[in-house]
Structure formats: structure tokens, C-alpha cells
Design a protein around this ligand. Structure first.
Ligand SMILES: [Zn+2]
Length: 75
């Protein structure tokens, strides 16, 4: 009967080790940090920037004060 007891002990030890390894090797998928606010593109140069940093002129969004002054078109 000692032989069976030994097998049971090995199986239990194997199961405990496997469980421990599984808890250690958790799939750690790095999550991308959430983008604060929506991204908009400048009507002049097309650069993407957060909505909070964009300048608005005539219902159109720009990346900077200068581009807002220049406008989306030529001239
Ligand atoms: Zn721009």
C-alpha cells in the first residue's frame, strides 16, 4: 500500500506545482493608456491633436493659433 500512497503524493505535488505555475504565468497583456479626449486633425496641416488643445475658428479646428489665423484654405 505504500506504493499507492507514494503515487498519490506525487500526483498531488504535481497538481500543486502546476497550479502555482499557472497563477505565476498569468497572461499579462499591457493595456494601452486611454486617450484623453477625442483626437482631431488640423484643417490646415492635418496634424492630429487632442480636441482640448485644438483652436477653433469658423467651425473648423486647427493645431495652433497661427494655423487658425491662416485658415484651412489658401490666402
Ligand atoms: Zn496645423
Amino acid at each position: 500500500m505504500r506504493f499507492i500512497l507514494l503515487i498519490v503524493l506525487i500526483v498531488v505535488a504535481f497538481w500543486v506545482i502546476r497550479r502555482a505555475l499557472r497563477s505565476l504565468n498569468k497572461p499579462n497583456i499591457p493595456e494601452k493608456p486611454p486617450i484623453h479626449g477625442e483626437l482631431v486633425s488640423c484643417a490646415r496641416c492635418g496634424m492630429h491633436l487632442p480636441r482640448a488643445e485644438a483652436r477653433e475658428a469658423g467651425g473648423v479646428l486647427f493645431c495652433s493659433e497661427e494655423h487658425a489665423r491662416l485658415g484651412s484654405g489658401k490666402g
